[in-house]
Design a protein around this ligand. Structure first.
Ligand code: RP5
Length: 171
């Protein structure tokens, strides 16, 4: 089965694949995209549901490495098996972002993602915006191991963040 071209940042080949289980996850996962954009990391985004589009997931994950991706960020909520099933289909690093759910405030998502049985790892981040942000930063750190210019951009991003922290609180 073939898919239409994936949306990616710019014209460069995507190095990070950012997938989410539903359009409703975008509000969380957009924070990861923002960081990848800020660090000029080419990435693609796609809605891939482990249970609603299982064939799409298998095809996406199995083809990821061959298409040049180095890291996959997978965000999902509720019974969030997307990151784990993605990791089952690829040896690429998979970073899981638990999306905050309505029923259980994301605890269900967190435990679904973090409690992978030994043998198939998923690097699990925090629930929600912080997790999406940190997944992108962690992807950047992984890529920077073999990309010195990216390492410099990441260092500059962190230095800017440090400089933005005031010495005293505003009263
Ligand atoms: C999961 O179910 C998605 O990752 C999403 O977080 C959650 C709810 O999906 P929708 O019912 O909003 O499509 O598969």
């Amino acid at each position: 089965m073939s898919h239409p071209p994936l949306p990616s940042s710019g014209t460069k080949s995507p190095r990070v694949g950012l997938i989410m289980g539903s359009q409703s996850d975008w509000e969380t996962m957009r924070h990861g995209t923002a960081v990848l954009d800020a660090l000029d990391i080419a990435h693609e985004m796609r809605i891939v549901s482990a249970h609603r589009t299982p064939d799409r997931l298998a095809e996406y994950a199995k083809s990821a490495q061959g298409r040049g991706l180095s890291v996959i960020i997978a965000g999902a909520g509720g019974a969030a098996h997307l990151p784990g099933m993605c990791a089952a289909w690829t040896a690429l690093p998979v970073l899981g972002v638990p999306v905050e759910s309505h029923a259980l405030k994301g605890m269900d998502s967190l435990l679904s993602i973090v409690q992978m049985p030994g043998g198939i790892p998923v690097g699990t981040l925090a629930i929600g915006k912080a997790g999406a942000t940190n997944a992108a930063l962690l992807a950047a750190s992984i890529l920077a191991l073999s990309d010195a210019p990216l390492g410099e951009r990441l260092a500059a991003w962190r230095a800017k963040q440090t400089a933005a922290v005031a010495q005293e609180p505003v009263r």
